[in-house]
Design a protein around this ligand. Structure first.
Ligand code: FAD
Length: 322
């Protein structure tokens, strides 16, 4: 029998950590093992208690002032020593930029496998972790399993919803670790200015595409988003080619999962669809009745967005007044 046991989750992003607990829960149940959260940071005791409420059976806490901010060498060193000592069977890591770097470097140190950005994770009939991830612009799905343990997978934001918190019994263990000295010095961090909430967390997203001719024509979309309590985003060409924005939705951008997605002047190329296909309700406005986006839309509006979006805004304003 393998000496590896338990399902571990880690993310330097606390919200994502809560989602990883949801992802790890059925795996731990399937393997009749514990769901363990690894919490690294400074002054994090309160969070440790909260993690139990969100499904962790046990929380390993590395709480040192030096660990306040994420630094790859420090966090990698801690995860390496903890996994070598405790031998988890499965390790789920949040698919942030930092998380993916951490996961791949950890897998190299442990001489094991790592699958990034998994959309589905299950246990197969042999008790092995089976992961699925979308590749080739959403045209294919790779199913992977592991030859070694721990089996490491990274999970993107919003692939799983966090559970409702409830009072649960659990174990909190403070771990003594040696914090590796990093090879680079962190000179400073500047927070990026983001409007309201992150696009991945927005419940309503109004997305604009190349059908919008000038940057100022984006205003009605912003107004629509504001009225609905949502956020705006865009396709890649508006950021990469026209330089109007810094981010975008899609395969190479953000993956979103809103309740409502409204796409205006977007053709529906697979690279964009890959980032919004999990939206619950899709509304698409396009003047081309053959636009590919209509294939994934629940509500289709064929017409000129320059007339349709302001008309929706006006109608909404009227409805909200009454
Ligand atoms: C490796 C790679 C990765 C990529 N990753 C991404 C990604 O992550 N996200 C992404 O978005 N793209 C990505 N792309 C680009 C992608 O292939 C498409 O080029 C892009 O999504 C098209 O953007 P669009 O729909 O805004 O523009 P277009 O394809 O030009 O579509 C514009 C649409 O607007 C409609 N339209 C025009 N005027 C109006 C009007 N007045 N009223 C209504 N409709 C109108 C047109 O009918 C058309 O359908 C990637 C490409 C590559 C090669």
């Amino acid at each position: 029998m393998s000496e590896h046991r338990d399902v571990w989750v880690f993310s330097e992003n606390y919200d994502l950590m809560l989602e990883l607990l949801t992802a790890g829960n059925p795996l731990a149940a399937d393997r009749s093992s514990k769901l363990v959260a690894v919490l690294i940071g400074s002054e994090i005791e309160e969070k440790a208690h909260e993690l139990l409420k969100y499904g962790a059976d046990k929380v390993l806490v590395a709480d040192y002032p030096k660990l306040k901010d994420f630094q790859i060498e420090k966090y990698l060193g801690i995860l390496t020593s903890l996994t070598k000592k405790n031998k988890p069977e499965i390790l789920l890591i949040g698919s942030t930029k930092n998380g993916k770097e951490l996961a791949s470097r950890l897998a190299t140190r442990l001489e094991t496998g790592c699958t990034p950005d998994c959309s589905t994770i299950t246990i197969d009939e042999r008790g092995q972790l089976l992961t699925k991830r979308i590749v080739y612009s959403g045209n294919a799905v790779v199913t992977a399993t592991y030859l070694k343990k721990p089996q490491i997978a990274t999970i993107p934001h919003r692939a799983f919803e966090k559970l409702e918190p409830r009072e649960r019994e659990g174990e909190i263990t403070k771990v003594e670790v040696t914090v590796e000295e990093p090879q680079v010095e962190l000179v400073g961090t500047n927070r990026m200015e983001v409007a309201n909430v992150r696009i991945e967390d927005a419940r309503i997203v109004v997305c604009g595409g190349r059908g919008i001719e000038k940057k100022e024509d984006f205003k009605p979309l912003q107004e629509l988003a504001q009225l609905l309590g949502g956020q705006t985003s865009n396709t890649r060409p508006l950021a990469e080619d026209r330089k109007w924005f810094t981010g975008w939705v899609g395969l190479s951008g953000k993956k979103i999962k809103p309740t409502v997605y409204i796409g205006c002047g977007i053709s529906g190329m697979i690279q964009h669809i890959a980032g919004m296909r999990d939206s619950q309700v899709v509304v698409a406005v396009n003047k081309d009745p053959e636009a590919a986006i209509f294939e994934v839309a629940d509500y289709i509006i064929v017409g000129n967005l320059y007339e349709i979006v302001p008309a929706i805004v006006e109608a909404l304003k009227k409805a909200l007044k009454n």
